[in-house]
Design a binder for this molecule. Structure first.
Ligand SMILES: Cc1cc2nc3c(=O)[nH]c(=O)nc-3n(C[C@H](O)[C@H](O)[C@H](O)COP(=O)(O)O)c2cc1C
Length: 461
């Protein structure tokens, strides 16, 4: 006699949950038919369940400057397509979005994997989600983070530990594509028949996607982003983006001059005429000079040590209650300690006037500032302002009133001023400092002119 326990389990509606066992056969023990469902919520309908899938996903975005973790519920629906069908994402709900944390670096070469791990663990904890709840997701590495030598290993490990089907991906092309489609640019290009350049400015890189007829047709990335400096909780600059420095070096710049004069931002922190803050960045001399000193320190730490770093100061505001030459002397010593090589001595730019006072200015009117700062703060200085003749420029340096001279308007008046000055001071008799193809002609010209002068003298003309 057959054992009643050998009978297959009864087949119930519950067996259809989650779309399982779709190809089952009903035998006499099934407790239901498929044509007599009682009306109920659509979500309970086994066919609906088979066609609709909800996944918990994680997105871990590790960028140049920021790292963020986002958990979502993604709703996919199976839609027919020709003679087959595909699942499409039809809805997404953000479950938790972590605050953007600074991507932690150990050095120029390495991401700090322990700190990064902690940021990500924290996000899982705050979201009350564990890796086993995750059905799918992605770890994305971009920009500066991607360039680090342990980037690939970290992405792989995070993907493995992040949950089921979490993949690791990286690269500017992928990011430009995401931005091109995700921003809606692709849709607009299709709806409005427009060619669109989608510009996605990240922390350390900018991604470009050319979008035409609803598709991204080309991508590019530029190694500079929108987050050029990073400050900590005390507003201290803790990282200066290397991109600016890199591009300057690539372009061949040999000297970097930080502009803290003429009413620009850094000057406006220095001067009591503009800085009315009552926090750490204003108030007394220490507060007002803090930002500039930190900027100089941060720039020095990335600008090559064999290339000069200058700071342009308005040595006096030349306004009642403004910044004074005594202030500039005191600041110059601190700038030197922070890594500046030269103080470029200018003046003015803050106050009621936005233009220079129309007063008679003597030749080299700002040289006394350069001279005093050089002597009292023992910092090399550069003098600028109405230095027009080679002889005067030479005397400023020779007499130790400044270490360098700069010219502005004279260079407009005569772009070859420095070459003429070298000749006038007897340092280029044969035009050897000029481009060779010019020097050859100018040397001949000089001889012809001299000859013409002699023959004029000889004829008594
Ligand atoms: C066309 C022109 C543009 C200038 N632009 C700047 C500027 O962007 N930043 C600055 O600090 N000074 C600027 N200056 C000022 C010069 O750097 C210089 O300090 C000033 O002209 C005084 O020197 P000079 O008598 O040799 O012209 C500019 C001057 C000229 C003539």
């Amino acid at each position: 006699m057959a054992d009643p326990d050998d009978k297959p389990d009864r087949h119930t509606v519950a067996d259809h949950r989650l779309g399982s066992d779709l190809a089952h056969v009903h035998d006499g023990d099934a407790d239901h038919d498929h044509d007599d469902f009682v009306d109920g919520p659509i979500e309970d309908n086994p066919l609906w369940i088979a066609d609709n899938v909800t996944l918990t996903s994680v997105g871990i975005d590790i960028g140049s400057a920021g790292t963020q973790v986002i958990f979502s519920k993604v709703h996919l629906r199976r839609l027919s397509e020709e003679l087959t069908s595909r699942y499409y994402v039809v809805g997404r709900e953000t479950l938790f979005r972590s605050p953007v944390a600074l991507t932690p670096y150990q050095s120029e070469e390495r991401i700090d994997d322990a700190k990064l791990r902690a940021i990500i663990d924290d996000a899982y904890q705050q979201a009350s989600i564990s890796a086993k709840d995750i059905d799918t997701g992605v770890v994305i590495l971009t920009g500066e983070a991607l360039r680090r030598e342990n980037a690939q290993a970290i992405a792989g490990l995070l993907a493995e530990q992040g949950g089921d089907f979490v993949t690791a991906t990286a690269g500017h092309h992928m990011e430009a594509m995401l931005a091109g489609y995700g921003s809606g640019a692709a849709r607009i290009s299709s709806d409005q028949a427009k060619r669109i350049l989608n510009i996605d400015i990240g922390g350390g890189t900018t991604k470009l996607a050319l979008v035409e007829n609803g598709r991204v047709t080309a991508t590019a990335a530029i190694h500079i982003g929108g987050r050029l400096q990073v400050v900590d909780d005390d507003a201290k600059i803790v990282r200066l983006d290397p991109a600016g420095q890199h591009h300057a070096a690539q372009a061949g710049f040999r000297v970097l001059n930080i502009h803290a004069a003429h009413g620009y931002l850094l000057h406006s922190f220095l001067s009591p005429l503009a800085n009315h803050r009552d926090d750490d960045w204003g108030g007394d001399f220490d507060g007002r000079t803090r930002l500039l000193l930190q900027v100089v320190g941060a720039v020095r730490s990335t600008w090559p040590s064999d290339r000069p770093l200058m700071v342009r100061l308005s040595c006096v505001d030349d306004e009642p209650g403004g910044w004074t030459l005594d202030d500039s002397v005191a600041l110059a010593s601190l700038l030197k300690k922070a890594g500046a090589d030269v103080v470029d001595c200018s003046s003015g730019g803050l106050g009621e006037r936005t233009t220079t006072k129309m007063v008679r200015r003597p030749e080299g009117y700002q040289v006394p500032y350069a001279s005093r700062i050089r002597t009292e703060a023992s910092v090399p200085t550069m003098a600028v302002g109405l230095i027009t003749t080679p002889a005067f420029a030479d005397s400023v340096v020779r007499e130790g009133r400044a270490d360098l001279v700069a010219i502005g308007r004279e260079a407009l008046h005569n772009p070859h001023w420095p070459l003429h000055a070298a000749r006038a001071l007897g340092r280029d008799e044969r035009f050897e400092r000029w481009p060779p193809s010019w020097g050859w002609w100018l040397e001949k010209r000089a001889r012809a002119v001299a000859l013409a002068e002699t023959s004029t003298d000889a004829t008594g003309g």
